[in-house]
Design a protein around this ligand. Structure first.
Ligand SMILES: [Zn+2]
Length: 244
């Protein structure tokens, strides 16, 4: 690495795994560094923010981002994606068709409603490409050509949205990037596109993936443990009237 995680304002979550909390909406972006490949988890809220993430990832790893995983189609997580030309883009199955239809206009309108500059929103939505690789069930990504670091992309939703993707990074400790299925800095946000009846089950799947000792990285807020995720699962089940 050319600079340390700390020097670049990122938080190291495990060896070769980091995250940063972006300004304004406190959205998380994650980075997983393999020998030959670099995976970014979520791309920020605008082309400018995506470009910033691209530069920081390059500074941290000395390489280009080769893979981009989008946890869900909310503007603060995806509108920077077009800054990563050449990266292989992954999303939960359904994200590609959502972006072919009304999803694109909904993304733009939602971004403006949350305070993103109208021009920046339009520019980013226009440039946004549909994920080329959609994940139904689970998919392994080999980030070391020749073996070694493998990452699991898991379609654990629906829940926070109709298309929620989590990223499990094996290691010591294991790391689970949860997207907005888990939030630490406030109540989990359930918008009109949430699927509340399935949300607690999605958190059960996250807990099955990561187990007791993993570090769980929420879409917003500080890194949490399994007990926090379990408590949030129970709170969501009570909030939405979902029984076990
Ligand atoms: Zn969200």
């Amino acid at each position: 690495m050319t600079v340390t995680w700390e020097e670049s304002g990122w938080e190291q979550v495990a060896p070769g795994v980091g995250r940063c909390r972006l300004p304004v909406w406190d959205c998380t972006a994650g980075l997983v560094v393999g020998t030959d490949a670099v995976l970014l988890v979520d791309a920020g809220s605008s082309l400018a923010e995506g470009a910033r993430l691209r530069a920081e990832a390059q500074e941290l790893t000395g390489r280009r981002v080769t893979h981009l995983a989008l946890t869900h189609l909310h503007f603060d997580h995806v509108l920077g994606a077009a800054a990563f030309a050449g990266a292989e883009v992954f999303g939960a199955v359904g994200t590609d068709t959502a972006l072919a239809g009304r999803g694109r206009e909904e993304l733009r309108a939602d971004a403006v409603r949350h305070g993103l500059d109208a021009r920046a929103a339009e520019e980013a939505v226009d440039a946004l490409v549909r994920p080329r690789h959609t994940v139904c069930g689970e998919r392994t990504l080999d980030l070391d050509l020749g073996g070694g670091r493998q990452v699991l992309l898991a379609n654990v939703g629906p829940g926070h949205t109709a298309h929620d993707l989590a990223v499990l990074v094996p290691g010591d400790p294991e790391v689970v990037f949860c997207g907005d299925l888990v939030e630490e800095s406030g109540e989990p946000q359930a918008g009109p596109d949430a699927v509340p009846s399935h949300w607690p089950a999605a958190l059960d799947r996250l807990l099955e993936l990561g187990g007791e000792d993993a570090r769980y990285v929420p879409g917003h807020g500080a890194v949490v443990d399994a007990a926090f995720v379990r408590a949030q699962r129970d709170a969501l089940a009570a909030r939405f009237g979902v029984s076990r």
